[in-house]
Design a protein around this ligand. Structure first.
Ligand code: GTR
Length: 322
């Protein structure tokens, strides 16, 4: 039998060593090119390309071109997307254990969230995702800052939210959070929010400054940005288990290493983006409303009680992280 490269590759593939095959992994994100998460994942792809002599590469699909986060999570589960950067919010319905990080005011501030995700609890949650039946491997965390409310009418206290329809990410926990905060929580994909704000289907939404700016939501009249900081949700980089299982042990280690480097790179880019987009929003006339967020914290206590009961030990451990 003549042994051509092609027949050798085919034989190896049949023998299960298919990681020798060059593969371009589809990487997806709802954010546009240039956004910190997109840049960090692209740079991870370049490192993998260089380290494997082109055997593993990423092709980035930014700006929701492959769908919203719910749809992209589903595609990742079946292996149609290989690398996904998503908020942890919409992961909650498929891996309920991660909801501990999705609870309102579970982190005191960004520094606290970072200390938790960088430590053993962060690793435990990544491992829980990988071990769950969701068919996704938790590779690394990314920073999604702190989410606050933006509305067409100024809001300073829970009573001001009465009757206001506020978009929340797809997870019943967030709808309950908004209802507890005084508004009417409406679950909707990120890509639909702009039109819904414009047409009056929504009165507001909530997010961090880079998202508020890059998704143009502030251009719909939702220009009052109330600093509730009610959700500090880390974002996550996951790989489809279907693709992961095809990698050699050495490639798995390389993917994990470069993912961790992407986490570090994204954090630095994120801090710059928050400063830059906060300044841009202000210069576009967005009013940042500083207020006491304790009434919002108090109002969401029943949500922490309802969803947190299954995580009480973990929540104590999170609270104990300095
Ligand atoms: C952004 C986050 C996205 C997405 C979006 C949303 O802050 O980076 O992953 O979750 O919010 O509100 O849907």
């Amino acid at each position: 039998m003549k042994l051509t490269t092609r027949s050798l590759i085919a034989a190896l593939a049949m023998a299960g060593s298919i990681s020798v095959l060059a593969q371009t992994m589809k990487a997806a994100d709802v954010h546009p090119p240039g956004y910190p998460t997109v840049v960090a994942v692209e740079s991870m792809g370049k490192k993998l390309d260089a380290a494997t002599n082109g055997r593993i590469k990423f092709q980035m699909f930014p700006g929701s071109v492959l769908g919203g986060e719910k749809e992209m999570i589903e595609q990742t589960q079946v292996g149609a997307i290989q690398i996904l950067r998503t908020s942890l919010g919409p992961v909650g319905p498929v891996v309920p254990e991660v909801n501990v990080f999705n609870m309102p005011f579970v982190f005191r501030n960004i520094a606290h969230m970072r200390a938790v995700i960088d430590g053993p609890i962060g690793q435990e949650l990544l491992d829980k995702i990988s071990a769950s039946p969701a068919k996704m491997i938790g590779l690394a965390w990314m920073d999604g800052g702190s989410r606050s409310l933006y509305t067409k009418k100024p809001v300073r206290k829970p009573e001001d939210l009465k009757g206001q329809k506020i978009r929340m990410m797809g997870n019943p926990l967030f709808v309950d959070t908004m209802n507890a905060m005084g508004g009417n929580g409406i679950s909707m994909g990120y890509g639909e929010v702009f039109t819904a704000l414009q047409t009056g289907v929504l009165d507001g939404a909530e997010n961090n400054p880079p998202s508020l700016y890059t998704a143009n939501h502030f251009k719909t009249g939702a220009k009052y940005y109330t600093q509730t900081n009610h959700l500090i949700i880390p974002e996550i980089l996951v790989m489809s288990k279907v693709s992961w299982d095809k990698l050699s042990a050495a490639d798995k280690a390389l993917v994990k290493k470069t993912a961790r480097e992407a986490q570090i790179e994204q954090r630095a880019l994120w801090d710059k983006a928050v400063a830059e987009y906060t300044a841009k929003l202000k210069s576009e006339g967005v009013e940042f409303i500083e207020m006491d967020n304790k009434p919002f914290y108090d109002a969401t206590a029943p949500v922490r009680a309802k969803y947190g009961v299954q995580f009480s030990d973990l929540m104590n451990r999170i609270a104990a992280v300095k």
